[in-house]
Design a binder for this molecule. Structure first.
Ligand SMILES: Nc1ncnc2c1ncn2[C@@H]1O[C@H](COP(=O)(O)OP(=O)(O)OP(=O)(O)O)[C@@H](O)[C@H]1O
Length: 296
């Protein structure tokens, strides 16, 4: 079942388009990784899903409820951790999460268990009784994330939830997201860290300049756009080496690639042929999606 259904969504800020004819669905239990360079429209899309941004065209439905016509009912089905932290600094971590659970309608008898489970999942139990203003940036972000997930909403929107967190915490956030998806939560997860999307085995929706540039599972995208790369290591004047990376269409193209080094060919110290990384695929798709008029 589609928990989030976005159809033909177009949003502008003044006369500046931020989203153009974007459609996507997130099914129950599915994780969609929303990727795209700065300004691609990821936050705007989430804003439209929670009814904070009014579209110029298109529709958004959450669990079958139209955001345009029933914004409150739709909003009550969404847990949203926006990019900006929204935590009460003088309340403890536990109080923040408990109060939010109450606001979201988690019944009183189930509240304490839901709060403790969520705090534990995000490795916050040891700091749960400290005022949030005394916590580190990464801990605060986890409290913010816990507030979005504590009510187990049908749809979870996480906007760059791992910014500034350490590797152990990142793993905890990813595990928590995976567990929620396994119990049927539909997740829309925006990030600039491509390995996270791969670790979540998410369906990638890549936005560029307000449009869906491509979509697919990570493996499919690598197969579709991934090329063979050659890294040429060339000695520089300072006694070090620099690496020149180029896409290689096939073995027969290698002489031409070497030739392109010109006089530097005599300084070649090594070469390696490898598959393109996810980052290189991402750069290529974004570059191909960008229209001349979009370059600013
Ligand atoms: N409140 C606003 N008023 C005017 N323009 C805005 C506003 N919010 C966003 N924009 C513009 O809309 C476009 C999309 O911005 P958005 O924040 O949705 O991108 P993003 O993909 O989330 O970027 P980032 O990766 O930097 O978070 C950008 O060109 C941005 O400058």
């Amino acid at each position: 079942m589609a928990v989030l259904e976005v159809r033909g969504l177009t949003v502008g800020y003044g006369d500046r388009p931020a989203l153009r004819d974007v459609s996507l669905t997130v099914e129950a239990g599915q994780i969609v990784g929303l990727l795209g360079p700065n300004g691609a429209g990821k936050t705007t899309l989430m804003g439209a899903v929670v009814g904070a941004v009014r579209p110029a065209a298109g529709t958004v439905r959450v669990a079958g409820v139209d955001v345009g016509t029933h914004p409150r009912r739709a909003r009550s089905r969404v847990g949203y951790a926006e990019q900006e932290l929204a935590v009460f600094p003088t309340l403890t971590a536990r109080e923040n999460v408990t109060d939010w659970a109450a606001i979201c309608g988690v019944p009183r008898r189930a509240r304490a268990d839901a709060v403790e489970e969520t705090l534990a999942a995000l490795l916050l139990d040891e700091v749960a009784d400290r005022q949030v203003r005394t916590l580190s940036g990464g801990q605060r972000r986890r409290v913010h994330c816990a507030m979005a997930t504590v009510a187990r909403p049908p749809l979870l929107l996480l906007d760059e939830p791992t910014v500034g967190v350490d590797p152990a915490t990142r793993r905890a956030v990813l595990d928590h997201v995976r567990e929620l998806a396994a119990t049927g939560t539909a997740v829309c997860y925006s990030t600039h860290y491509l390995p996270e999307v791969a670790a979540l085995d998410a369906m990638v929706v890549l936005l560029a300049a307000g449009r869906v540039a491509t979509r697919g599972l990570v493996g499919d995208l690598l197969a579709r756009y991934g090329s063979t790369m050659v890294d040429l290591r060339v000695a520089d004047d300072e006694g070090g080496t620099r690496t020149v990376s180029t896409a290689l269409s096939g073995p027969e193209a290698l002489p031409a690639v070497l030739h392109s080094l010109g006089p530097d060919l005599g300084r070649l110290t090594g070469l390696e042929i490898r598959h393109a990384s996810l980052d290189e695929v991402f750069d290529r798709v974004v570059a191909e999606a960008r229209e001349p008029a979009d370059v600013r």
